[in-house]
Design a protein around this ligand. Structure first.
Ligand code: KG4
Ligand code: ZN
Length: 355
């Protein structure tokens, strides 16, 4: 079975081909540079760029892999949650391709795709706990199979990646800043008393990072010299040793507060799914070194398998959409051509058609 994956939910345009659980090829164009000047993703620019890039990437993928559009059995497209205009570009392209080639359509939940991405690298053990930490979402799940996800906890305000990006923005780090915060933080030990762990003194499985964000904002306001003079990547290299060490301590301490909050909430989610055999951690923030280490400790202390995708599978890509789409198709989960795109904030429905 040859499955094409299409990803256009945010600021990455990507296509990939997966055949029987193996990645055949992929093309990815990031729009980070276009959005960097605005300090965040501009939805209209994202849609226009998807429209411009998607046909080009598709042609390149077909050429590079030596396959023709008629060879595609299943077209899997990320249908949401995401930016509606951006999603519609991918969904319309997918439907047109299905109409012209006779391939079957399957709409993929972008969040599930993140968690199913490591199926390209290994067999996934179920039932599993899932922790999805991305720029838009912080969710915990009980996952019984590739098509059975039960949401256990979610963020009430900012997602973990958003918190990283907003703190980085306050420090005037290059955009997007999560990765830079991670890198600089590795140069210091955290001060665990510097910032609070957000929304943990309660029995809730949900997350809230706004209190932590405010605490960091207050700290930066009281220490304005921490803010970088310029947003360019070189400004991080030009720091004096003293300023670099102080800033590294702030980054490590903030990173610790996020990572330990995730650990506490995952411990709680595990009590709701005590038969889980593994924990799968996915999304852009799963690339964070401290988050990976804390999740390894959690898994080891409970005798669980830790499933972490390789770094390139953590952030948005189409290989994960193709992999998830192939798993949907193998379970007979397809969509008709009137499938809707689902914007952020709405639950992606389980509206598969029976075959
Ligand atoms: O999953 P993703 O590529 O896009 C969404 O679906 O949201 O995640 C992007 C997020 C951004 O907020 C980015 O700053 C964050 O992941 N991120 C990181 C790291 N690498 C990417 N955050 C912390 N540490 C990292 N190493
Ligand atoms: Zn994502």
């Amino acid at each position: 079975m040859l499955t094409l994956g299409i990803e256009t939910s945010c600021d990455e345009t990507a296509v990939a081909l997966v055949e029987d659980g193996r990645l055949v090829g992929q093309q990815l164009a990031s729009q980070v540079d276009q959005h960097a000047v605005f300090g965040g993703v501009v939805p209209e620019i994202a849609s226009r760029e998807h429209l411009r890039l998607l046909p080009v990437l598709f042609r390149e993928l077909m050429g590079e892999s030596g396959r023709a559009p008629e060879d595609i059995d299943v077209v899997a497209v990320a249908r949401g949650p995401g930016l509606l205009g951006a999603l519609l570009v991918g969904v319309s392209f997918a439907k047109a391709l299905c109409l012209s080639t006779g391939a079957r359509l399957t709409g993929v939940n972008h969040l599930w795709a993140h968690l199913l991405a490591p199926s390209l690298e290994r067999e996934l053990p179920f039932p599993a706990l899932g922790l999805l930490v991305s720029g838009g979402h912080t969710h915990t799940y009980r996952i019984d199979s590739a098509t059975e996800f039960e949401l256990l906890g979610k963020t009430l305000d900012d997602a973990a990646g958003e918190a990283f990006d907003k703190v980085a923005k306050q420090l005037n780090f290059p955009y997007p800043g999560g990765r830079h915060l991670d890198n600089l933080g590795q140069e210091s030990q955290p001060d665990t008393a510097l910032f609070p762990r957000a929304f943990v003194d309660n029995p809730s499985l949900d997350f809230s990072f706004s209190g932590l964000k405010t605490a960091v904002a207050n700290h930066i306001a009281a220490h304005p010299h921490l803010v970088l003079e310029s947003m360019e990547a070189e400004s991080l290299e030009r720091l004096s040793a003293e300023k670099r060490a102080t800033l590294a301590k702030v980054c490590a301490s903030f990173n610790w507060s996020v990572a330990d909050t995730l650990r506490i909430k995952v411990e709680r989610a595990y009590r709701k799914a005590p038969d889980a055999r593994a924990i799968i951690v996915a999304g852009g923030v799963a690339a964070n070194i401290m988050v990976r280490a804390f999740m390894k400790d959690f898994a080891d202390s409970h005798g669980l398998e830790l499933v972490l995708p390789g770094f390139s599978l953590c952030t948005d890509n189409a290989a994960m959409v193709a992999a998830a789409g192939e798993l949907m198709a193998r379970n007979g989960k397809y969509h008709s051509l009137d499938m809707e795109a689902i914007p952020r904030g709405r639950t992606v429905p389980l509206d598969w058609i029976s075959v």
